[in-house]
Ligand binder design. Structure first.
Ligand code: HEM
Length: 509
């Protein structure tokens, strides 16, 4: 028995396995295709293994170096993996058909589709159509429902009193609140508060991120082998199976009632919208459940990161708290509470959120595209089939030619821009343009950004009206983000202190 255990952990075996994997990696990387056929300078090491490792550890420095040297032309990152192209090509690329330049293919490749189980999204765009045509137009109607949910949940999740400050981990708190909101939109009550569903979605999300972040360092051909050694990859599959076990019976029950009960009122949620809009192939219950879980991942993690960053910014810049509270009170008085229009009138808060996202976006690179058929751009630039391109979304928004005094956090920057004649509908959290690509731009821009914006406003407004907030004394400055590859995560360990305000307006209490 002990011999077997010793054999399993011997340093010799680990060295042999590492050597084996590195040799396979080197062999796998010797063929040239896609980006390797485009002539552009490589930033950082050229050999792929070192390049991927450096990019994993210091993407921020490498991206900024590339932008500073070549912002008007192309450059490569992570060896040959990423071709960064200037944003002047956005207008040409943004509406190209998916068969030629694909956003979904690029995002799935970037997300290690096979291992994150996201490749099912390539089978059709049911999820995107449903968000655009059914979910987003109904968002206004969900505002009072979500407010009722938050009014019940927030005092439980933030057990603060009027007498002293109580510490809560910022990201965990926000993640839970966003999970409730997303689940209310996606699967309705009572599942939206079901701990089993919430923890299954969380297990899937966390393990997917860890798996893809690890796997991206290795060449494609050895990923199947490497994934066998990553326990998180098994947990992704486990969570998917569990999610299906929860959602499939719900779908079948809804269908049964639809057919047998003439008085049955269909629920108003994303699951039902997908059931109604699915074709014969998409409508298989386990496919719908699978899509639902991936959408939960796309919606909850990104939105939680943005809301956490905004809360951190409120703690770092407390001078914005009173002006934002004043706006909230004015709007809620005028509208009679959290009614359909209220959120669109939180204009200062919208600006604050956009400024927070500008300086702490979820990804330093964006507008990811996979070239499926060769393309020649208007200036003669040729992109062969297999090219994976991205745009430098963060360097663009901190470029002084694009944003004056770019490193200064100005929470009302975009609010003031909206005051200019003809600009009142621009510069919003959810509006995209060539220089603001955090949600992409054009035909394939993020369809969930309106839900994200609403969810963040609901959380920030409830928190500001109920609590005084600050960072603990031992955390005097903004907690550093965690950057892995081009992804930027708000610090998950950072705590925020909450104290119940003496008088809370009736809209939130
Ligand atoms: C702050 C939160 C969010 C951020 C930063 C974000 C960001 C993005 C980005 C950068 C893309 C790719 C756009 C492109 O390729 O050009 C995208 C696509 C997508 N997002 Fe979001 N997103 C957020 C919230 C959401 C939410 C709440 C949902 C669900 C309701 C969602 C659903 C999707 C879907 C389905 C796509 C793929 C669209 C397609 O290819 O057809 N996102 N998102």
């Amino acid at each position: 028995m002990s011999t077997v255990r010793e054999f399993a952990v011997t340093p010799g075996l680990i060295t042999a396995a590492t050597f084996f994997i590195l040799t396979l990696s080197w062999i796998a990387l010797s063929g040239k295709e896609g980006n390797a056929r485009v002539r552009a300078p490589v930033i950082g090491p050229k050999d792929t293994i070192r390049a991927r490792w450096r990019f994993f550890r210091n993407a921020s420095g490498l991206i900024q170096e590339g932008y500073t040297k070549y912002k008007h032309s192309m450059f490569k990152l992570s060896g040959e993996d990423i071709l960064v192209v200037p944003n002047r090509y956005v207008s040409e690329l943004r509406n190209m058909p998916d068969e030629i330049v694909s956003s979904i293919q690029a995002n799935i490749d970037n997300f290690e589709g096979l291992y994150s189980t996201t490749s099912i999204l390539l089978e059709g765009n049911l999820h995107t159509r449903t968000i655009q045509s059914r979910l987003t137009p109904r968002l206004r109607h969900h505002v009072p429902i979500v407010q009722e949910l938050l009014q019940r949940r927030i005092p439980i999740e933030i057990p603060a009193t009027q007498h002293q400050f109580t510490k809560v981990k910022g990201f965990d708190l926000v993640h839970r609140l966003i999970s409730f909101i997303a689940a209310r939109h996606f699967v309705g009550a009572p599942l939206c508060e079901d701990e089993e569903w919430l923890s299954t979605a969380l297990t899937y999300t966390e393990n997917t991120f860890i798996t893809i972040i690890c796997l991206r360092i290795f060449p494609d051909s050895i990923k199947p082998l490497v994934s066998l050694f990553i326990p998180h990859a098994y947990r992704v599959t486990w969570a998917l199976r569990k999610a299906k076990r929860i959602i499939v019976p719900l779908i079948l029950e809804r269908r049964r009632r639809e057919q047998s009960d003439p008085n049955y009122a269909k629920p108003e949620d994303f699951l039902q919208y997908m059931m109604d809009g699915a074709n014969k192939f998409d409508s298989q219950p386990d496919k719908i459940a699978h899509r639902l879980l991936i959408l939960t991942l796309a919606a909850v993690h990104t939105t939680s990161m943005a809301a956490t960053q905004a809360l951190f910014d409120l703690c770092v810049h407390p001078e914005y708290i009173e002006p934002l509270r004043q706006e909230l009170m004015d709007v809620l008085e005028q509208e009679g509470g959290y009614k359909k229009q209220a959120l669109t009138l939180f204009k200062k808060m919208d600006s604050f959120m956009r400024e927070s996202q500008r300086l702490n976006p979820p990804s330093l690179l964006g507008f990811k595209r996979a070239v499926r058929q060769p393309v020649t751009l208007s200036d003669g630039t040729y992109l062969p089939k297999g090219t994976h391109l991205m745009m430098p979304v963060y360097p663009i928004v901190v470029d002084p030619e694009i944003t004056p005094d770019p490193m200064r956090f100005d929470g009302l920057r975009h609010y003031h821009s909206r005051q200019k004649p003809g600009e009142s509908n621009r510069h919003q959290f959810a509006t995209t343009n060539q220089n603001n690509l955090h949600f992409g731009h054009g035909k394939y821009s993020c369809p969930g950004r309106f839900l994200a914006g609403n969810s963040i406003k609901m959380i920030l407004s409830n928190v500001l009206l109920r609590y005084d907030i600050r960072f603990p004394k031992e955390q005097p400055s903004r907690p550093p983000n965690i950057c892995l590859h081009e992804y930027v995560f708000p610090n998950p360990y950072a705590e925020i202190e909450f104290k119940l305000r003496k008088r809370q307006p009736k809209w939130v209490s």
